[in-house]
Design a protein around this ligand. Structure first.
Ligand SMILES: [Ca+2]
Ligand SMILES: [Ca+2]
Length: 343
């Protein structure tokens, strides 16, 4: 009996190890880094996928005040069809001036050239993260999973000084229960209502002269029709077009979206995603999420498509910032931006 029990236990242990191994498809894989990490915390090319993430300097790849956001591109070696989880194991040590990243943006590509935004890692599994520990910053999704071979992770540092990364995890398939991962977009919006219609907003930069917003009303007039006159347009803008909506009073925000035209015949494409920020004073904004989900899904051509985001918990704020991340050199045509709040 005892022997049989041990055999069963061993079998379960092996099975769970195999499953864990199968879920993390980044283990042992190659990757590239840009910019180069600091020479004191350099990388022979394996530190981030070697399975080791101890609170130890030897395990760290580090950047000190990098000129650009540290970016990691992992080559999974093969196409994976259900990339559902991406995590960074990061060091937090206030005495050593090592900050936790504010967030990362993850995108995925089949060929290493054209990337689709997947989502934002903005949740720490260990929150609140204790000082002098290794923390897990992750993105997880059950609905909008990724398809591809190359996974790009752009890290936004959480302040000046150091960013230290020990490991990358890329999960493919159903989220293992032990991760206890929180996925966004599950908020019950039954009692949510639109609060942006008719509200004032600001645009940076101004839209193209060909599709202007002369009376500053088109973005929140409540209409998202497939009509050129209803839309404002940005032609390959130098900076990401950004809308700041003033809800006039703090609202418990449950959903943010924007409607865009897609018309390949007219060289109009959907943005890759929308970076969502909120503020109480209209000056200092906090990034809260990335809108990548589309309605309809998949998006349709010669059609107005909605790109939307929902937090896992309502966010209280008066100002909502929507930064549009355009795709390539095409036109971006915006019909409407909408904010929902819980009643
Ligand atoms: Ca490692
Ligand atoms: Ca409109």
């Amino acid at each position: 009996m005892l022997k049989k029990g041990i055999v069963v236990l061993l079998a379960l242990l092996v099975a769970s190890l195999v499953l864990a191994g199968e879920f993390n498809v980044a283990a042992g894989k190659t990757y590239t880094l840009s910019p180069e990490p600091n020479p004191n915390y350099a990388d022979p090319g394996s530190k981030l996928t070697d399975g080791s993430f101890n609170f130890s300097w030897g395990d760290m790849v580090g950047w000190e005040n990098p000129a650009a956001n540290p970016t990691i591109v992992v080559d999974l070696g093969d196409i994976y069809e259900e990339v559902s989880y991406v995590a960074l194991k990061v060091m937090y040590s206030a005495p050593s001036a090592v900050n936790m990243p504010e967030y990362f943006i993850v995108s995925i590509s089949e060929d290493g050239e054209l990337y689709e935004d997947l989502g934002m890692g903005i949740t720490y599994a260990e929150a609140p993260v204790a000082n002098d520990t290794i923390a897990t910053l992750y993105w997880a999704s059950e609905e909008f999973v990724g398809y591809g071979r190359y996974v790009k992770i752009e890290i936004v540092p959480g302040g000046d000084a150091w960013t230290m990364i020990a490991e990358i995890v890329v999960g493919d398939g159903a989220l293992p229960e032990e991760l206890d991962a929180v996925v966004g977009g599950l908020l019950d919006l039954t009692y949510a209502a639109t609060v942006s219609v008719g509200k004032p907003y600001m645009l940076i930069p101004l839209p193209s002269d060909a599709y202007p917003d002369t009376d500053s009303v088109k973005v929140t007039d409540g209409f998202a029709r497939y009509s050129w006159a209803d839309m404002i347009g940005f032609d390959n803008p130098a900076i990401n077009p950004t809308i700041i909506i003033d809800l006039l009073e703090p609202k418990s925000i449950g959903r943010v979206s924007a409607h865009f035209m897609r018309s390949f015949a007219s060289a109009v494409n959907l943005p890759k995603s929308l970076l969502i920020g909120v503020s109480d004073d209209g000056m200092e904004f906090k990034t809260v999420g990335l809108a990548v989900a589309t309605n309809p899904y998949p998006p349709q051509n010669e059609f107005i498509n909605e790109i939307h985001w929902s937090p896992s918990e309502p966010v209280l704020a008066r100002y909502v910032k929507i930064e549009i991340r355009p795709r390539g050199a095409a036109w971006t045509m915006l019909a409407e931006a909408t904010v929902w709040a819980m009643e």
